[in-house]
Design a protein around this ligand. Structure first.
Ligand code: AMP
Length: 186
């Protein structure tokens, strides 16, 4: 199993984000799984790559040319794809992964997980999408998604199928057991 990990190019306000990143990486390594991510050495992006590599598992990076300097390309990756732009990065990561995980992050992280979540809703793929909800970081986002369901802009099924957990073992087990819903347009 290869997970696409979307996460902050910053490390966040509290050391717990780093610790939680290492806990998820440890669970990935325990299962002998691998990751694909944005290829940077900064923030939680760098932290998850370091931790998975230290745990002896493969890390694939996908870095757009224009960001190599800004996000500081990680030098120790198992494999690195240099792509033209952000669109190609997202497409490559989506293609290489069997499942998608958003760890805490900023708008870049949200943009990436929302793209694969919506693609799943439309039936373009049948892969699980998950939020690693460290210290309730995504509680308000999930609450807003519940508002979308309540106001009938999203079917409850698509929220029910979203995997949300602050526990790495639960998160990866639910990913392993995932069954895709029918597509929005049947
Ligand atoms: P952030 O969560 O904002 O720290 O960003 C996390 C990652 O998302 C970084 O590698 C950003 O380069 C990337 N990112 C930001 N905006 C976009 C976008 N529009 N499309 C794809 N990736 C993005």
């Amino acid at each position: 199993m290869k997970y696409a990990i979307y996460c902050g190019s910053s490390a966040g306000s509290d050391p717990q984000f780093l610790q939680a990143t290492q806990a998820l990486a440890a669970e990935i390594c325990q299962r002998k799984h691998s990751i694909v991510y944005g290829g940077a050495s900064v923030g939680l992006m760098g932290a998850v790559a370091d931790a998975v590599l230290t745990g002896g598992q493969r890390v694939t990076g996908v870095m757009p040319k224009a960001l190599i300097d800004k996000e500081l390309q990680h030098q120790g990756l198992s494999e690195l794809h240099i792509v033209e732009d952000m669109q190609q990065r997202k497409a490559k990561m989506a293609e290489l992964a069997d499942a998608y995980i958003a760890m805490p992050g900023g708008v870049g992280t949200l943009e990436e997980i929302f793209e694969v979540w919506t693609a799943g809703q439309l039936g373009f793929h049948a892969k699980p999408c998950a939020f690693y909800n460290v210290d309730g970081y995504y509680d308000e986002l999930i609450a807003f998604a519940q508002t979308m369901v309540k106001k009938q802009f999203m079917k409850g099924l698509y929220l029910d199928k979203l995997i949300v957990s602050d526990d790495p073992q639960t998160l990866l087990t639910q990913i392993a057991e995932y069954q895709a819903p029918a597509s929005k347009w049947g």
